[in-house]
Design a protein around this ligand. Sequence first.
Ligand code: ZN
Length: 426
Amino acid sequence: MHDLFLHGTNSKGQPHTLAITDGLVSDFAENITGTAREEVDLGDAMILPGWIDAHVHFNEPGRADWEGLHTGSLAFAVGGGTTFIDMPLNSSPPVTTAEDFLKKRRIAEEKSHLDFALWGGLTPDSIPHLTAMAAEGAIGFKAFMCHSGLDEFPHADADTLRAGMSIAADLQLPVAVHAEIARDLPVRGTDMAAWLTSRPISFELEAITLAIGLAAETGCALHIVHVTCPEGIDLVTEAKSRGIDVTVETCPHYLLLTDTDAIRIGAAAKCAPPLRPASTVEALWQRLRDGFIDTIGSDHSPAPPEMKTGDDLFKIWGGIAGIQHGFPLLLDRSLDLLPQTSINPAKRFRLPGKGQLGPGYDADFTIVKKAPHPITADQLLTRHPISPYLGQTPTHQIQTTYLRGQKVTPSTKAHFIRPKTNTDQN
Ligand code: ZN
């Protein structure tokens, strides 16, 4: 006897039933045998594995006024998410020691409503602490190849990266990099157009090339976050063909918004690397369809309104707050993204029991219906009602999100996830 049968469809619109027992998937198929204590008919609603977002900034401890684990995880659940991996910044202190790691873990266990893992930070000062953070369960280490926006999280130059990646290779953990090598360019003005031209694609390509070289040298697994351009993806694809262990992420905003949108929207659309021209966005979609992009992460990086307003785009906070609507908006463009949103992040970061609706996996899923609904500020569950997607009308609506077989509510308790070792099952 199963606990629950949910009758709906899979991502291809084919009738499927999800059978759940003890919080785990027992089966997800067209025909299911046996009986269940409870059955729910979802009609033509889709049952999709929950989005696993390996790139969020929920900013606790220390900057809960920017976002927070309670608001961030609830907004993510309403956006179709079930598991996140929090970045070592912009919490304060940032996570660069085992002590900071444990502090964040304890707070997240108390406040998050979704399962989570944590990145450790790779900075010049954190090198002696990487092994201890790994022992506490760090999923990997994140480094910035340019200024991070916060002086308390200094960037990693080639020597720091090499040292950190050598240790990470021994620990069998990946290093994730913000890949931009920023240089001062002669840019006129401080408006959005100036900001866009101040961070060209060449900054990304130089950094990606350097990081791949260091991955080859050290044998470290490398994950390049938020790549905006097909040229960057192609560098990764070429490195993979040489046997280098490298994966690449892009974000919903690089697929859904262009440089023209950035100029129209203003500060809410400021991010680094910046939004790109429509032709670049189209080519990025092509790389995604061709299977050359491994993961999609939100890079949800909010800040209070006073840091997201003003005319000087070089001074305002760079970060997109889009965790609630990125996934539904992407579904409007393609229903074929489950590898990038669920399966691949679970595999790359070795999240046990996550990423698929297969027998024995955690019953982490989201129910999606076609019901066009405009995005308004009053719907946002994030700490601040800021989103670059305001006014857009996604066709796909997240109805309900389930974590380990239960509907996610403000009383859902999170589990901390350690990366599985080579001897773990599933
Ligand atoms: Zn980020």
